[in-house]
Design a protein around this ligand. Structure first.
Ligand code: KG4
Ligand code: ZN
Length: 334
């Protein structure tokens, strides 16, 4: 069978990324240009700055990718792009660039949902075996999803309020941990013990999650200790928060493994880069003799390789987009 090469673009938030992916699983080349240094000056992503920086970065990103890839555009079979969800202005830059490439090189256009991308990061250099449970944990999502085949999603549970990554970032901010909050909070937590008592969220038997109560508890604790003139042990507080947040993921995954009997689990989204979460969810999977697949670190956070991987099943089905494709800030697969 002929090899299929997909040229993929991701620009939904603060990374301009492009990749060439072979047969939905092999990364020929990947380029990721991050805007973290700029946004860290403001303590978070500034949407207007993000879209302007994407505009400046796209052609540079493209040139660098093609240099790395060492193959010509004549080898490419389709162009894939993240069109939702994300920051509208950022998404638009990628979508317009994809349309241009598609027109110039006469390639079919494939629209890819960003969260499908995170899930299909588990197809890079490995295979997803169905049925599976996907723990989707990112800056904007916390979902427990059952998959019975390609693009067959059944959402078992979701967050009732904040996404887990959002909670990591907000708690980091409350504690004065520099942006990007999630990874920095993880580093600090590794040096601490979970000594602070924080409320345990969602003790019921649903698959839902909630992180805003936990976030508020950290905020109250920090304020109260400040008013009393007491020092906070930041490492211990970071560790306490991370432990309770992870325990919630572990409990809900455990419940789903128990009730469904499914033996394959994947973790997807930026928060899956967290080593403590990976190891705790591995323990749960071991308990149920289930396999756990976690993407390599570079494919956990936003990147275009995962978009190329997620585009491949759509390519095979011939699901192509037309030139009236528009970016969308809201979700449509979960
Ligand atoms: O998937 P992603 O790159 O972007 C979205 O689609 O949202 O996820 C970004 C989120 C941020 O909230 C970031 O703080 C979090 O993932 N994150 C982490 C870690 N690395 C990234 N959270 C906890 N521990 C980490 N190591
Ligand atoms: Zn993402």
């Amino acid at each position: 069978m002929k090899d299929i090469f997909i040229f993929a673009i991701e620009s939904s938030c603060d990374e301009t990324s492009m990749a060439i992916v072979k047969n939905g699983t092999e990364v020929v080349a990947l380029e990721v240009m991050t805007q973290i240094d700029t946004h860290s000056l403001y303590g978070g992503v500034v949407p207007e700055i993000a879209s302007r920086m994407h505009t400046e970065a796209v052609t540079i990103c493209y040139e660098q990718l093609m240099k790395k890839a060492n193959i010509g555009m004549d080898k490419i079979d389709a162009v894939a792009v993240t069109y939702a969800p994300g920051l509208l202005g950022s998404l638009l830059v990628g979508v317009e660039f994809a349309k241009t490439i598609s027109l110039v090189y006469n390639l079919p256009l494939i629209k890819v949902n960003h969260m499908a991308g995170h899930i299909y990061a588990n197809q890079i250099d490995r295979t997803m075996n169905y049925p599976l449970l996907a723990v989707v944990i990112s800056g904007g999502h916390t979902n427990l999803v059952k998959m019975t085949g390609d693009y067959e999603f059944e959402v078992l549970g979701s967050t009732l309020d904040d996404a887990i990554g959002e909670a990591f970032d907000k708690v980091a901010r409350i504690m004065g941990i520099p942006y990007p909050g999630g990874p920095n909070l993880e580093k600090l937590a590794a040096e601490g013990t979970p000594s602070y008592p924080l409320p345990i969220p969602v003790k019921d038997n649903t698959y839902n999650f909630s992180f805003s109560g936990l976030k508020s508890a950290v905020s109250n604790l920090v304020n109260n200790e400040k008013m009393r003139g007491n020092e906070i042990n930041k490492a211990n507080l970071a560790c306490s928060f991370q432990t309770i947040a992870t325990d919630l993921l572990a409990r809900k995954l455990s419940l789903a493994l128990e009730n469904t009997g499914i033996k394959e689990v994947i973790i997807a989204g930026g928060v899956s880069a967290n080593k403590y979460i990976r190891s705790e969810l591995k323990k749960v999977c071991d308990q149920y003799q289930a396999n756990l697949s976690v993407p390599e670190f570079i494919y956990c956070t936003d990147n275009a390789a995962m978009i190329g991987a997620a585009a491949y099943p759509l390519y095979k089905k011939g699901e192509f987009a037309s030139y009236d494709l528009n970016a969308s800030a809201s979700d449509d697969i979960f």
